[in-house]
Every structure is written in structure tokens, then in C-alpha cells.
Design a protein around this ligand. Sequence first.
Ligand code: AHR
Length: 669
Amino acid sequence: MILTGKRNSYPTYLLKIVLLAVILQTHPRAFAQEQKTFVIDASRPKGDINPNMWGIFFEDINMGADGGIYAELIKNRSFEFFRPMMGWKKLGKANEANMTILNRQEDQHQANPRYLRVDTRKVDSLIGLQNEGFRGIGIKEGLAYDFSLLYRQPNAGIRLKVELLDSLDQVIGQAEFQPNATKDNWQSGEARLTAQKTDPKGSFRLWFEGEGVIDLDMISLFPEDTWKGRKKGLRADMVQALADLKPGFIRFPGGCIVEGFDLSQRFQWKKTVGPIEDRQLIINRWNTEFAHRLTPDYFQTFGLGFYEYFLMAEDIGAEPLPILNCGMACQFNTGELVPLDELDPYIQDAVDLIEFANGSVDTRWGKLRAEMGHPEPFNLKLLGVGNENWGPQYVERLAIFQKILKEKHPEVEIIASAGPYSSGEYFEYLDKELRAMKVDIIDEHFYQEPKWFLNNASRYDDYDRKGPKIFAGEYAAHSRKATDAEQRNNWEAALSEAAFLTGLERNADVVQLASYAPLFAHIDGWQWNPNLIWVDNMNVYPTPSYYVQKAYSTNPGTQIIPLLEQEEPVAGRDSLYASSVLDNVHKQVIIKVVNTSATAKQVSFTVDGIKKLAKSAQVEILTIDDPLAYNPVGQQRQVMPKESTLPLKKNTLDLAMQPQSFYLIKIAY
Ligand code: AHR
């Protein structure tokens, strides 16, 4: 504009040129395309990076386990829900006279006392049962489904007809099963059905043909295509989504589920191992947690129990990181406490868990692990004591755990909770106490607005390097309230997480572990929002936050190297955030850079300290011009990484950053 308009005389023209140069010099930020220069010095590594730094957090929330990754398709298979017939519908003239729930009084069935008795002798027509699955049953054409059950019948009078149904109750797969005469002994039976049609909202039906009496329990249906083809295993697409993250660790089983609404509902790992039919079902604490998201049919069968968690960790190459109850129920609920002099069983659980994971097969718990199929140890090295507990009550209990665990198992690092808050009185009290106790690792949680994540990109720049290490154990940017149905993992949230993570990476010498939370949510069964991966009965839908996590977790590097602008870390000035690492295994310099502003940025990176760099860099870009964009379930993804390459001029890379964008840059050497 300055140089247009009325024709200028030569001196005036010159004057204006000079003026423009002065403005450019003194007000560089007035121009969107101002060149920023970031210098990376690969010859000055600032510390080693834990190769397992970026992990995942698994909790059975949002139908993450039952109805989710645990591939069982029958809801309430053992009739142990609070209402024994929940999920089941009686068919034909079935009524309380010919279908009854009985409760075994024998000791060996205490964990699974109920069963269903079907008596067809006095009915003149076919009777049956239909199971609705978890928000329907996802059925795929051509796929086989494995039906199984426990049964007993005095005479071989009753035959079973099993059927897969589509959402209109049309039969789309069937098989027959003839139970033996078993007298009083329970026996297992199975049959395979193949689906002739795809339906995301199918169901399952069972007809009782012939005349007689039969007892039934553990009525089960699994797809054949489970993860690694393991019978009665996990949903392959959901495990694959985790494996693709190449997570360094998996934290399990939570979360608040560890604590329980009260102590009776706490997670007790010993009740989740051994034969599946002996694992005692309990209510899922998220069943009743949120009044506006009540999920009355949410229970924990523990088909995904501690053995399966360890196995999944091994399968996806992640360190197992269990969190155990420390003798306190959730302080947002009952806050029940175990008296200090009665804490022994809780501590014994921790000691025994280490034996279950690592002990020789001659030990009690090591033997059980071997019997379940894994004689080799699981190499447990990390153990959390308490989740989001706070106050002196926590410190007192933790101290007892710490003393005994350190005496017996100094090789296992203990993770202590910093409570649910990231600052303030509760946080500061615990931070001081935990540092004084010299705990190994402190678990900090952040569920905050995107703005908080941006403002905290330098949170760890000044953390004490000599004290405990940090586990950023649960974080997610929340645009609105976590229970808001309209809130999805939008791009604004993911971008702010990407910016915050540059700060974790820059401080990886103190931040040893990091995981987004929660991990999974079923679109028809969630309680909490946002979440890293959404699913329905058929597919998984990674969120923008998933792709951000993946950029970090699949490119962790081995050493932090400084990335500076005028000798300062890039942590928010001009809406830019950046970090860099060296990967001396794959011989790469890796840069993560975020532009949170609505304008484009011109950035150049100069890499010093490496003699020979490749002539081009691999670039992965995540961006979309709508901060509220998200990846809707059942539709095409809006936010996905795109790949390209960029040339290097000697040791300098010029990058034209799009507005609201996250770049992962890899330069080989
Ligand atoms: O991730 C959901 C919940 O958030 C976890 O269970 C709890 O630890 C936190 O409050």
C-alpha cells in the first residue's frame, strides 16, 4: 500500500523505502510471513530419553473393556448382573415356571453362583432366549463366531439351536449343539456359526428343542478374528490401534476404577486371574458415576484380567505398569479408608503381584502365571501405589507400602500419585511430601482447557532435576466439560496437546513417562469425553489427539538436543512451540513444531553439530483450518497426517508452516 497510489517523486520514493526498512526492523511481528530462525545443536545433548517414555493408559471406562476390547459379544453371560436377566429376552412361552435363576450354595462356585435352569417338559411350543449384546452385536459377513457354554442335564433331552440375527431379527447364521447327558457335572460345549450378512446391530438367539431340563451358565460368543487368533481373546482392530502407537508402556487398570466408589468395588487383581468362570463379576464404577450418563448394564466380568493385561503389554511391546489400590476408596466418592494397622492384605497384594509377574514357576503366583500359559516372567519394573489419592491419609499409607516394597523388591520403581490437581494446595502438599519421601516417580494428571496446555508448555523447564522423575500419567485437553455430549476430540484440543508435549519432550530427562487418558470410548456406551480412540461395534476411529500421540510415541528419539530461538526454548512466543531429539539408533534428527495461530509462519531450522545431513527431510503434517473439526464415528476422517519431503540447503531447512498446524520432521544423517 505504501508504494502505490499517486506517483512519487524520486526522493519521496527513496524516503518511503527507508521508512519501510525501519518499520520491518523495529516491528517484525507486524508481518505474518516474518522468518523465524531456530537453531538445533546436535553436539550438545541435554539428556537421555527413556525409550519407553510415551505410553498408553487403559481403563475399563466408556465400555473400553467389557463391550470393547474384550471381544465377548454376550452381555451378562453368567446371569451375575444385579438383575440376572439383564440383556436377555425370553422367547416363546418362556416364563418363571420354565426358566429360573438358581443360586449355587456350594463353596467352589462363590465367584459365579447363578445359573439358568430351562425346563421344556411342560411347554407345548418352542422356548428360547435372545441376547442383545453390548449395544447390539457387530456381525461381519463371512466371519465365524464361536459359541460356548457350561451346561449340565441329567438326560440328553434338549438340543440347542443357536442363531445370529440381524437388526430386523432375521437369521443370518446358525448352528446346532447337542449337549450330552452329564448327570450333576458341569461340562463345556461349543459350536461355530458363520455369518451370511454384515450388521453392526445384530443379536444372538438360542432355542431349546426337545424335552428335558438343562442348566446353563457362561453363555458366550466370540468372533474368530480375535487379536492373534487367541480363543476368547481381544478385539483385533482395537489392539492393533494400540500396537500402531508402539507404546513404551501400558498403565492399567486405571484410573478411578482402581479405587472403586467404595472399597468393595476396588479393583482386586487376584480376583481377575485363573479360570474365567471363577472371576467374580462386580459392578463397573462408571455404571452410576454420572447421573446424565447412567450405564446400568456396565459391569466388569474381568475376562480382561491381569494376566491378559500383561499379555497384551508383551504383545504390543509395552512395559506393564499396573496401579494398585493403596487402602483408599475414591475420594470424590466415599473416600473410605483402610485403618493403617489393617493394611497388610493390600500390601500383600502388591508383593504377590510382583511374584505373579516376575516370580519363578515354583512360587505360588509364578506357578499360576505358568498354568495360565506364560512360564516366562513378564518383567514388571514399574508399580503404581494409589490413583489420584491425596492428603495425609495417602502419604501415611504410601509410606508403609514404600517401606515394605523397597525392602522386598528394590528393583521395582514405585509410582506415587500427585492427586487429581496440577497445582494448588493439594498438589503442593503432596509434591513436597513425595519429594521428601524420595519416591521414584510422581504421577501428575492434567484434564484442562486447551489454553492451559499452551500456558504450561514450559511447566517442566524449571523442575528439580535431582528429585523424583515425573509421570504425566493422565492428560487431555478439554474444550468444554468432560461429560458434554457435543464435545469431541477436536483439532484445537489436539493442537494444544501437541504444543504441551514439546515441553515434555524438551524435559524428557525429568519427565520419564507420559500417557493420554482415557484411551477408548464406545460411541453408544461412553461416560467420559474426550477420549483417544472412539469405536463402534465394527471399527475404530482414531482422533486428532491419537495422531499427535503417535507422532511422539513412534519417534521418541534417544537424546534431547536443544532447539533455541535467540538462546531461548521455543515455548509459545509468536504461537510457536518446538522441540528436537536425536535418534542415534535410526540416525535422525527429529523435530516437532506447532503453530497454534491462525496465520502462516515462515520458520527455518539450522542443524549444527552434525557433519553430513541428508539432502531432504521427511515431513508429516497434521492440520485443518477448522479448530472444531474432529473425526466423527462412522464417517471419513477429517484430521489425518499427510506426508511430504522438503529440501535442505546445507544444514538449513525452510518450512512454511500452515496456520494451526503440527509438523513432525525427520532429517537423516
Ligand atoms: O480418565 C478418566 C478418569 O480421570 C480416571 O479414572 C481418573 O484417574 C481421572 O480422574
